[in-house]
Design a protein around this ligand. Structure first.
Ligand code: KG4
Ligand code: ZN
Length: 372
């Protein structure tokens, strides 16, 4: 196949994602100077397979990815109306994540690359999230990003497709994980975030005052594991006192918990914004969020208001591209490919792969073990 210069060529990229509990494939096309076209984005979720276990079982996830990846790729190509020969390259999540799942994706992508002769590009899953606002909104570098999901929570200055500075992040649980655990403690369903948000909607956030950890520290680090302990204590106190929880109690506990998470995220975002503005002095400062927790109305409202007072544009990509998907992997692959970054067949799956190699590594992990 005659290859034009990838710096200027219109590119059509297949993306493959399997680092957690979603098997995903997508086709994204991009012409230099234009908006990205997401020709398809297919996500097979595994929620039903893990439902009985109260969390993701890595072995079940890996097996399900291996079974579904080829079907998912086939479906993504079908929905895009394209065949393998219409692609320019194949991008795949090579980490961080659950190793069995990442390995399934990498092997699938390698097989396709060998069979078609197309270039292969290993992508960092977190870079996929962090670059999403460029795919959805053509956001220019540099910008400030908050990744906040079930497995991740970090502030990043994004200066280029492989130039990230982590300003801080959680030192233990991710907020989504805290929402999920809270839902379990209150007898609500999974995933916990939307359930807790619904319960909180008619609750009194002031009845229970939960801690706002690490606000006494000037940095952008956060901690959420103590919150669930405080919530458990409040719950157990009510049960000991009255023999159970009323609907009102659940609503008030949910509202108090959600307010604590919102306050920590808003205050630490304010500090991250100050650090970003001081170090980059951007012409049109922007703050983008991604990850499932960014769907939360109260948190979103808090961050939107903060952006208004701090003079930054607020960007939240559509939810299906905020949560795990393969379009973001295809897009990150496109940016790598344009810069001449391709992988070879020695590409390996990496359970850990911090985006910012210079900063001190973060402690702890999220539900994905995606320590970064
Ligand atoms: O980004 P995502 O789909 O997967 C990960 O990479 O983790 O995020 C899933 C997480 C879950 O923990 C879920 O409870 C949380 O995002 N979540 C929410 C809401 N919707 C999803 N948390 C709070 N409020 C919501 N509305
Ligand atoms: Zn993710």
């Amino acid at each position: 196949m005659y290859m034009q210069n990838p710096e200027t060529q219109t590119l059509t990229m297949l993306g493959i994602e399997s680092s957690c509990d979603d098997t995903a494939a997508a086709v994204v096309r991009h012409r230099v100077g234009g908006a990205a076209e997401i020709l398809s984005s297919v996500v097979f979720d595994q929620a039903a397979l893990h439902a009985d276990f109260g969390g993701i079982v890595p072995e079940i996830a890996a097996r399900a990815h291996a079974e579904k990846l080829d079907l998912c790729v086939e479906e993504a190509l079908l929905q895009a109306g394209l065949g393998l020969r219409d692609l320019d390259a194949i991008a795949v999540t090579a980490g961080p994540g659950l190793i069995g799942g990442v390995l399934s994706g990498v092997m699938c992508a390698k097989g396709l690359a060998v069979g078609t002769g197309l270039p292969l590009i290993g992508v960092n899953h977190l870079a996929g999230h962090a670059l999403t606002p460029r795919m959805t909104d053509q956001l220019e570098y540099p910008y400030l990003m908050l990744l906040v999901s079930g497995g991740h929570c970090q502030f990043l200055i994004v200066r280029g497709f492989d130039d990230f500075t982590r300003l801080g992040g959680t030192i233990d649980d991710a907020p989504g994980e805290a929402f999920d655990k809270t839902a379990r403690l209150l007898g609500l369903g999974q995933p916990g975030g939307p359930e807790v948000e619904k319960a909180a909607s008619d609750g009194d956030p002031k009845r229970f005052r939960f801690p706002r950890p690490l606000l006494d520290r000037p940095d952008c680090d956060m901690s959420f594991s103590g919150l669930k302990t405080a919530l458990r204590r409040a719950r157990d106190g009510l049960i000991a006192e009255k023999g159970g929880l009323t609907r009102h109690d659940v609503a008030d506990l949910s509202a108090g918990f959600q307010a604590a998470i919102r306050d920590v995220l808003v205050e630490k975002s304010r500090r991250a914004m100050q650090a970003f503005l001081a170090s980059e002095a951007p012409e049109n400062p922007a703050f983008a969020v991604a990850g499932g927790v960014a769907a939360n109305g109260a948190i979103r409202a808090g961050l939107t208001e903060l952006c208004q007072t701090q003079g930054l544009k607020f960007l939240a990509p559509p939810l299906q591209y905020c949560t795990d998907n393969a379009a973001m992997i295809a897009w990150a692959g496109l940016e790598n490919f344009r810069a001449g970054r391709v992988s070879d067949l020695s590409l390996t799956a990496r359970p850990r792969w911090p985006l910012d190699q210079k900063s001190r590594p973060m402690l702890g992990s999220g539900k994905k073990g995606a320590k970064a």
